[in-house]
Design a protein around this ligand. Structure first.
Ligand SMILES: [Fe+2]
Ligand SMILES: [Fe+2]
Length: 258
C-alpha cells in the first residue's frame, strides 16, 4: 500500500480496526500533492474532547488502586492514537520530504499503532476497554504549527516523545512499586521504542539544521510560539535515556535547566 493511501485511511477511518490496520508492504511511489488534513475522523466511542484541569491524571500515590492505573493507561493509549494520526498527517503534509524521512515516519507510525494495541491488551486485564473514558485533543492542537518536517520533528519527536523518556519510566516505576509488573513491563517496552523515535528526530535535525546553529537552538527555533521548553521533560529527568537517543550533552544540560 502507498504511504498516501495508508495515511488517508488512518485519518478518515471510523473504526479502530481501520486506524490500527498495518499493511504488510508499504511503498511510496506517488506521494502526491500537499494535503493538510483538518481533523481526524474518529469512531463514535473515541471522539476527541476538550481537556480541563479536572481531567488531570490520578497521582502516583493512588496507583495501588487498579482503576486508577487503568485511567493512566487509557490516557496513554489516547496519546498513542493521536501520535498515529499526527504521523499520518505528516505523511500527507510533506510529500516532498526525503524518502528516508518519510519511510522513518511510516515505520514510527506502525510502532505507535502497536503501542495502542499493547495498551488495549493491558487495559483489558484491568477491566476497561479503549473508549470507556474520555479522550482529549492534546497534541492535535499543534498540527497547524507543523509547517515543515523540521517543525514536525521538533514538536513530535523532540518534545512530546522526548518527554516520554521521563514519563514512561516514572509511571513504570510506580506501577511496579504497586505490584503491577505487567503494566511496568509495558512502560519499559514503550520507553525502548520511544528512545528510537527521539533518535530519529535528532538524526534529521542534525542533518537539516544550518551548520552554524546548535541542535538546541535549532530545536527551540522550531517550536510553536509560547510552547514551554519544559514540555520536553517530566518531573524527573532521565539523562541516560536522552544519551541513548544521541542527544548532545549541551542539549541535555540546557533542557535540564529549562
Ligand atoms: Fe508511542
Ligand atoms: Fe513514539
Amino acid at each position: 500500500m502507498e504511504l498516501r493511501e495508508f495515511a488517508t485511511r488512518i485519518l478518515s477511518a471510523d473504526t479502530l480496526e481501520e486506524k490500527l490496520f498495518t499493511p504488510d508492504i508499504l511503498t511510496d511511489e506517488n506521494p502526491g500533492p500537499v494535503l493538510l488534513w483538518k481533523e481526524p475522523s474518529r469512531p463514535v466511542h473515541l471522539q476527541l474532547q476538550k481537556f480541563s484541569r479536572k481531567d488531570r491524571l490520578p497521582s502516583l500515590a493512588l496507583h495501588h488502586d487498579p482503576d486508577k492505573r487503568a485511567v493512566c493507561l487509557h490516557r496513554f493509549a489516547g496519546h498513542e492514537l493521536l501520535a498515529v494520526e499526527i504521523m499520518a498527517y505528516a505523511l500527507l503534509a510533506f510529500p516532498d520530504a526525503s524518502s528516508t524521512f518519510r519511510r522513518g515516519v511510516a515505520y514510527t507510525l506502525c510502532e505507535e499503532q502497536e503501542h495502542v494495541r499493547l495498551y488495549m491488551a493491558r487495559m483489558k486485564g484491568l477491566g476497561i476497554a479503549f473508549g470507556d473514558l474520555p479522550l482529549y485533543r492534546h497534541f492535535w492542537a499543534y498540527v497547524p504549527f507543523l509547517t515543515t518536517p523540521l517543525h514536525y520533528l521538533s514538536v513530535m519527536s523532540l518534545t512530546f516523545e522526548m518527554a516520554n523518556l521521563d514519563f514512561a519510566p516514572l509511571y513504570g516505576a510506580s506501577f511496579a512499586k504497586h505490584g503491577d509488573m505487567e503494566s511496568a513491563a509495558l512502560m519499559e517496552r514503550i520507553l525502548r521504542d520511544e528512545i528510537g523515535h527521539v533518535a530519529f528526530g535528532r538524526r534529521f535535525l542534525e542533518q537539516w539544521k544550518s551548520p552554524e546553529a546548535s541542535d538546541w537552538d535549532t530545536w527551540k527555533a522550531h517550536l510553536p510560539p509560547r510552547m514551554e521548553l519544559s514540555r520536553a521533560k517530566g518531573w524527573e529527568f532521565f539523562e541516560e535515556h536522552r544519551q541513548k537517543a544521541g542527544i548532545s550533552s549541551d542539549w541535555i544540560e540546557q533542557l535540564k535547566n529549562a
